[in-house]
Design a protein around this ligand. Structure first.
Ligand code: UD1
Ligand code: UDP
Length: 373
């Protein structure tokens, strides 16, 4: 029998952990692979929430988060920290996901050692290097080095081919986020207590329609965040809606939101939810208001309209299908679009269709077969 392929998965933020845990579960269960996990700790609290739920104990934890970290210091620490792990582990393949500083640095450190890189969620492009910032450039850098590109959709695969990436290395696999969503839904079905802690808020807001809110994009810091907060304040005055807003741990987000929104009767500013509770939040929400990448994929899959507080998206599939709408960060526009959905049942019904272009829940299995080949 062939000796197993040594695969080192590298991740460090909440969304990467959510989209990588199904792959780690699958690698751990498959004799074709020797699975090793390195986390950077780029996020500390929000990463650990996911590791706990998914039951993953990393072999390496660089623990390098600093309060309000700068991109250059973070990247420098990532590159040297991951380099040492690669020298110790000498994996056959490195697998990174998405577009964070951890993913970009992990790919670069592997490339410097001529270790082949596989990129999960490859080929997302907004076409604008400032939106999302710095993620658009991070994923282009990874794309230029990867030996295997796992594109979630045909649109993403086409974007890579347009950049002259060898088509033989590009595979449409779906997005592992749908694997993660299926797994967590099954877990909650077996153990409803996993997602039961929103009950007091559900009781407080009984009879009101709930809007789930998230926001963290760096390009929205400053004016964009102010606009988002302003919109939430205006919507809260309606009286018939309530907003549940788990606030990202980035201090640039928390400062604005706490200053602008604390104490409003129809707004619950809460700590980041673990994944089962966030899935529950989407479930009880009439619509999602977000600048997140992952939530743009999850909300349509769960049949919830998603209003995207960004100017562009690298996930056009939801917009094209009519289940997602770009609303920017101008308060007037956000309020108008939310009001339209709340007050016009036809407009709401047109968006509230389950739509799932991002995968069928079998993405990890496909990726494993491609790696084994
Ligand atoms: C990062 C990613 C972004 C991704 C986002 C998901 C980069 C450059 N940015 O942005 O692509 O969409 O994560 O959420 O890779 N913090 C905590 N605890 C945590 C997490 C963050 O305290 O668990 C605080 C720290 O002060 C930290 C700051 O948030 O310095 C910023 O974290 P960082 O990972 O640098 O950037 P994000 O804006 O979270
Ligand atoms: N999420 C979560 N708890 C929260 C907010 C979000 O578990 O309080 C999950 C959400 O389900 C999605 C992911 O975090 O899978 C999105 O992460 P984030 O918005 O931080 O990053 P992005 O996807 O924009 O890179």
């Amino acid at each position: 029998m062939k000796s197993p392929l040594k695969i080192l998965t590298i991740f460090g933020t909440r969304p990467e952990a959510i989209k990588m845990f199904p792959l780690v579960h699958a690698l751990d269960a498959d004799e074709r692979f020797d699975s090793r996990v390195c986390v950077s700790g780029q996020h500390r609290g929000m990463l650990d929430q996911v590791l706990d739920i998914a039951g993953i104990r990393p072999h390496h934890d660089l623990d390098l988060m600093q309060p309000d970290q700068t991109l250059d210091a973070l990247t420098a620490n990532l590159l040297t920290g991951i380099g040492k792990v690669l020298d110790a582990e000498q994996p056959d393949w490195v697998v990174v996901q998405g577009d964070t500083a951890t993913a970009m640095s992990g790919a670069l450190a592997a490339y410097y050692r001529k270790i082949p890189v596989a990129h999960v969620e490859a080929g997302l492009r907004s076409g604008n290097i400032h939106h999302p910032w710095p993620e658009e450039v991070n994923r282009k850098i990874i794309g230029s080095m990867a030996a295997l590109h796992f594109a979630p959709t045909e649109t993403a695969a086409a974007a890579l081919r347009l950049e002259n990436v060898d088509p033989a290395t590009v595979h449409v696999t779906g997005n592992t986020v749908i694997d993660a969503l299926h797994w967590i839904t099954a877990q909650i079905e077996q153990r409803p207590a996993l997602a039961a802690d929103l009950a007091p808020l559900e009781a407080r807001f009984a009879g009101k329609r709930i809007i789930g809110v998230t926001s963290h994009r760096r390009e929205n810091f400053g004016g964009g965040m102010e606009g988002i907060a302003d919109a939430i304040r205006q919507l809260a005055a309606r009286g018939d809606v309530a907003m549940i807003f788990p606030v990202h741990l980035n201090p640039n987000v928390r400062k604005v939101m706490n200053e602008q929104l604390a104490g409003l009767e129809n707004v619950a500013l809460i700590e980041p939810l673990d994944y089962p509770h966030f899935a529950r939040l989407i479930d009880i929400s009439t619509l999602m208001l977000t600048d997140s990448g992952g939530v743009q994929e999850e909300a349509p899959a769960l049949g919830k309209p998603v209003l995207v507080m960004r100017e562009t998206t690298e996930r056009p599939e939801g917009v094209e299908a009519g289940t997602a709408l770009l609303v920017g960060t101008d308060a007037v526009r956000i309020v108008a679009e939310v009001n339209r959905l709340l007050d016009d049942a036809d407009a709401y019904d047109a968006m509230a269709r389950a739509h799932n272009p991002f995968g069928d829940g079998l993405t990890s299995a496909r990726i494993l077969d491609l790696l084994a080949r």
